[in-house]
Ligand binder design. Structure first.
Ligand code: ZN
Length: 134
């Protein structure tokens, strides 16, 4: 149902977060939130329920934080796995050659997901009001 706030059942929180992880609108689950894949390509509103994504100034800083946490975790995990595979005396150059691409490429690829995931988290913390829909 377009325009319906996401808090309507016991599993609403999990469903809203899943929608965020799968690039869907946190409110209606609709797709097509991006004009194209890439940075800054998210639409201003959901094309289905008309939820405005940037409901307050600075909204996207939360997406940057989500992206930073996920990317930094991936870099650390990459280093840990490399040290488990090759031992703790693996060269710094090899670690850098493996971890740097993860730290550079992942944030770009994860950007769209970080935006929809952050919008879902925001919808859980601050449920949309009728004024947030067109
Ligand atoms: Zn929607």
């Amino acid at each position: 149902m377009p325009g319906r706030p996401p808090h309507d059942g016991q599993t609403a929180g999990v469903r809203v977060l899943w929608r965020g992880l799968t690039l869907a609108c946190p409110s209606c689950g609709g797709r097509g939130l991006f004009r194209r894949w890439g940075l800054f390509a998210i639409r201003e509103r959901c094309p289905h329920c008309r939820l405005k994504f940037e409901r307050m100034e600075g909204h996207w800083l939360g997406a940057v934080a989500v992206n930073t946490v996920v990317s930094a975790t991936a870099v650390i995990l990459t280093v840990v796995v490399a040290m488990l595979v090759w031992g703790t005396d693996v060269s710094r150059g090899l670690l850098l050659a493996i971890a740097a691409p993860v730290g550079v490429i992942l944030p770009v690829l994860f950007d769209p997901v970080s935006r929809t995931l952050w919008t879902a988290i925001d919808a859980l913390v601050r449920p949309p009001t009728p004024a947030d829909f067109d």
